[in-house]
Design a protein around this ligand. Structure first.
Ligand SMILES: [Zn+2]
Length: 206
């Protein structure tokens, strides 16, 4: 796990540039993220990749065939081949989990991609932040409050629903060129981090 501490102090923001090995649209912008986040009025921890083995192999899951976004200690976790025998069974997830607990972020942002993107999904009290991100990222970005399917053991379930912390799940359009994803990512993140304190909103009931 590679993590960098960036920013000039303030609210604690964790940014996870990659988690699914077949979704590397965000990962390629790590150098720009480092440069941009270094100047932000926040205490930022940038995690490069929860699943580096999967990234190297262009494989969604870990070497054990587990989805690293279904292996978190959420109350919704149930054991399955694709989710692991227990939460944190995957070393990469365990490392980031332990570090996240210690860092105790006020906001988590995690980067993915999907064929139905680009959109921003959220868990916990983050609806306003999601709107702010989408507005700054610009069209065709939109806010998608629910993924439309169950996500037991996901990072969003653990961080957002169980812990009540805001988390944004950014879904780039799969295969988008970097000249589209980069400016949207930097504009959206900048707006979320810079434009005043985080709003306090009641968690969305679903
Ligand atoms: Zn993903």
């Amino acid at each position: 796990m590679r993590a960098r501490d960036l920013g000039v102090g303030g609210q604690r923001v964790a940014v996870i540039a990659g988690i699914h090995g077949t979704e590397q649209e965000g990962l390629r912008h790590v150098p720009e993220l480092v440069a941009m986040l270094a100047l932000q009025p926040a205490d930022i921890r940038l995690y490069e990749d929860v699943n580096p083995d999967g990234t190297a192999a262009h494989r969604r899951g870990t070497s054990a065939g587990v989805d690293p976004n279904r292996n978190w200690p959420a109350s919704s976790f149930t054991a399955a081949q694709s989710r692991g025998p227990r939460p944190l069974s995957e070393p990469g997830v365990g490392h980031v989990y332990r570090d996240l607990v210690q860092f105790n972020p006020d906001l988590v942002v995690v980067l993915h991609s999907t064929s139905s993107g680009p959109f921003v999904n959220y868990d916990g009290p983050a609806e306003g932040l999601a709107r702010r991100f989408a507005a700054a990222a610009g069209a065709p970005w939109f806010v998608k409050p629910s993924m439309g399917y169950a996500t037991p053991g996901s990072l969003g379930s653990w961080m957002g629903r169980d812990r009540g912390q805001p988390i944004l799940t950014l879904e780039f359009l799969r295969g988008s060129p970097p000249e589209q994803t980069g400016p949207a990512l930097l504009a959206g993140l900048g707006a979320v981090i810079r434009d005043g304190p985080l709003e306090e909103e009641p968690p969305r009931v679903r």
